[in-house]
Design a protein around this ligand. Structure first.
Ligand code: UT7
Length: 345
């Protein structure tokens, strides 16, 4: 331990991003594929959402398969064989019980470490990062593998044109290690929030303790009040982003890159406009993946790293919104890390 760490323990208990990875299923579903089974069109989906295709799992595959792959790539990127904790942010666990993280940890050769799931729907990656940062700040773990993984194709009605075109499957992961708050990669202050009065805006009615079995067709599938969610998404991501910026001592003009949850290109453009951040500073990959829920932010980052649109030294704002309702934002200066990425394989 260095002298600095001895005399400044708070400063040396920051969570620092030191690895990243992402994985998506092989199978691609295009808008034309969807238009063959429901009343929609490539033109409508592109114009109203910005989505051109999505990757979805095949029968026999599950969320943990994607989580393991993204986790393995992030560990390789960090150059680590072990971590102290594994956190999986997901709303689509392999099973209702137990949580997915212990199995993911064991399949990565990390048996015995702390492992649990976080469910904050599409804000899951931000909630998971805050949880990982908390584990590090509390001295519970010196390093955390934080994975966002979701397979919403398993909870959308494949014939529902208001949800099936929007969601895709995938996983993305960061490795966090203990470090100094002043170094690149250190997660800045968070803003996290929720509004349970609007929990019905995006919900799967059946399968939980309130209503175990479907009472009517569709109860096992996600129903979403798209327009209301849209409005909340713009408002909440904008206000949360501004709060996180203020806590970091930054203004929107200081931001080199914004990584928003990939919900809808129109939502992303509206948030950028409210923040007065030009669109060429905003990371967008929704065209090829759709909305991958808790995975969308780390996959967008991995994609941007691969393309070189996020560079070491960039001041990055990350903001998300999802069912619950939940939202969250944080900031970091992008660190020098390598990428092992199977995305686009
Ligand atoms: O990840 C969590 C965050 N997610 C969100 O926040 C999702 C936010 N919501 C949205 O992204 C958008 O509301 C949707 C993409 C879900 C829907 O787009 P919209 O522009 O709000 O469309 P709408 O629901 O108002 O529907 C407009 C019209 C309707 O027809 P009428 O009533 O005007 O005749 C819909 O029936 O478009 C129709 N429509 C479609 N038409 C062709 C709805 N979905 C489709 C479709 N293809 N897939």
């Amino acid at each position: 331990m260095s002298v600095e760490e001895v005399f400044n323990p708070a400063e040396s208990r920051a969570a620092v991003v030191c690895g990243a990875g992402a994985a998506v299923p092989l199978h691609v579903e295009t808008n034309d594929d969807l238009a063959r089974r429901m009343d929609t069109s490539d033109e409508w989906i592109r114009r109203r959402t910005g989505i051109g295709q999505r990757h979805i799992i095949k029968p026999g595959e599950a969320t943990s398969d994607l989580a393991v792959e993204a986790g393995r790539l992030a560990m390789e990127s960090a150059g680590l064989n072990e971590v102290g904790s594994v956190v999986v942010a997901t709303t689509t666990p392999d099973r209702v019980c137990p949580s997915t993280a212990p199995e993911v940890a064991s399949r990565l050769g990390l048996t015995g470490v702390a492992a649990f799931d976080v469910n904050a729907v599409c804000s899951g990656f931000l909630y998971g990062l805050a949880t990982g940062a908390g584990l590090i700040a509390a001295g519970v773990s010196g390093s955390v593998l934080m994975i966002g993984a979701d397979t919403f194709s398993t909870i959308v009605d494949p014939l529902d044109r208001s949800t099936a075109p929007i969601f895709g499957d995938g996983a993305g992961a960061f490795v966090l290690r203990r470090g100094r708050s002043s170094e690149p990669g250190a997660l800045g202050p968070f803003d996290l929030g929720s509004d349970g009065h609007n929990s019905d805006l995006a919900a799967v009615p059946a399968g939980g303790s309130r209503q175990k079995a479907a009472e009517k067709p569709g109860d096992n599938f996600l129903s979403m009040a798209g327009k209301d969610m849209y409005r909340h998404a713009v408002d909440r991501m904008t206000s949360s982003a501004l709060l996180a910026l203020r806590r970091a001592g930054w203004t929107p003009a200081d931001v080199d890159r914004v990584v928003p949850h990939q919900a809808n290109i129109r939502i992303i453009k509206a948030v950028a406009k409210h923040l007065a951040v030009p669109m060429d500073h905003v990371i967008v990959n929704i065209d090829r993946l759709g909305n991958t829920a808790a995975a969308s932010i780390p996959i967008a980052i991995a994609d941007a790293m691969a393309k070189g649109t996020i560079q070491p030294g960039h001041r990055v704002l990350v903001t998300g919104f999802g069912g619950g309702l939940t939202w969250g934002s944080t900031t970091l200066v992008w660190p020098q890390i390598s990428l092992r990425n199977s995305y686009g394989r």
